[in-house]
Design a protein around this ligand. Structure first.
Ligand code: PAF
Length: 289
């Protein structure tokens, strides 16, 4: 029989429900989400379950990571369907805090991971990683997990959270979960539901272009040549705006030098582009990064 996760809405309840598990030395696994769950999230919960004794998922559409004019109000909210999915994959507790629970009135304490947050997506969404780091730090304090799982689909977010955990000394193992893709290669994302049927047909060009560039770099094509090809491919496919396609050091997220990437050098290729009103991001490892 499928058991529904226990629903918890306040920090007080969460502490009460987790206290006996902590006393018994059980390992707590955590998957933070904004809901609108897809197979990518399910795979993160599976990873958390495999690494822990008690699995907590949170659903919280975090206002501080949306800029005015972004899709905070229209972001898909599908709580019951999400909880049904979490039940199927064996989640023990679902944390559903309100905005007041996460940001008590008058709270002014925020987290900013300097430098890395201003690169790549940070250039186009300057508020974004500031909101993410702040809410994830608060969620970590609420849940106090032993292990937390984040998708590699949001690679910059994953690396920023790893850096925050290191800098602030959180005793949490951060695990990256592999990106889950549709059959045509498009990375699964809650925002894919915004795509019109026609746009959906070509949306996978972003993953195709990154994949091709990664293969070209691996056979010795200079980075700037492979990137120019990828940019052209994305724009020709009907993406309305290209924010960036870059090859970066996987840890620092700084651009790698132009030219041929040395054999065995780990790097990451990342891209962000607009299909109409929908912004799609994707990334892949080069040299096993
Ligand atoms: O990746 C997400 O869904 C969000 O950025 C996160 C990590 C849950 C913080 O709101």
């Amino acid at each position: 029989m499928i058991k529904s996760p226990t629903r918890v809405r306040t920090l007080k309840e969460l502490r009460e429900i987790l206290a006996p598990h902590r006393r018994e030395g059980r390992r707590i696994g955590f998957v933070p989400t904004m809901g609108a769950l897809h197979d990518g999230h399910v795979s993160l919960v599976r990873t958390a379950r495999a690494q822990s004794d008690v699995t907590v998922a949170s659903i919280f559409v975090n206002p501080t990571q949306f800029a005015p004019g972004e899709d905070l109000d229209t972001y898909p909210r599908t709580e019951e369907a999400d909880i049904a999915r979490l039940a199927k994959v064996g989640t023990d507790i679902v944390y559903l805090p309100s905005v007041d629970e996460m940001y008590p009135e008058g709270s002014v304490t925020n987290v900013r991971v300097e430098g890395m947050s201003d690169l790549l997506d940070g250039q186009f969404r300057p508020h974004f990683f500031y909101g993410v780091a702040t809410v994830v730090a608060r969620l970590f304090v609420h849940v106090q997990p032993d292990v937390a799982v984040f998708g590699e689909k949001d690679y910059q977010q994953l690396q920023i959270i790893r850096r925050m955990v290191r800098d602030l000394g959180f005793a949490i193992d951060v695990i990256g979960g592999a990106t889950v893709r549709d059959a045509d290669g498009l990375a699964q994302s809650s925002r894919n539901t915004y795509l019109s049927e026609c746009d959906r047909q070509t949306a996978n060009t972003i993953s195709g272009a990154l994949h091709r560039a990664r293969c070209r770099i691996a056979i010795g094509v200079p980075v700037e040549v492979a990137l120019a090809e990828a940019r052209q491919r994305i724009l020709q496919a009907g993406f309305t705006k290209l924010d960036y396609v870059s090859v970066v050091d996987p840890m620092t997220l700084q651009d790698v030098p132009n030219g041929v990437l040395g054999a065995g050098v780990a790097a990451r290729i990342l891209g962000a582009a607009w299909m109409g009103q929908t912004r799609l991001i994707d990334n892949m490892g080069i040299g096993e990064a």
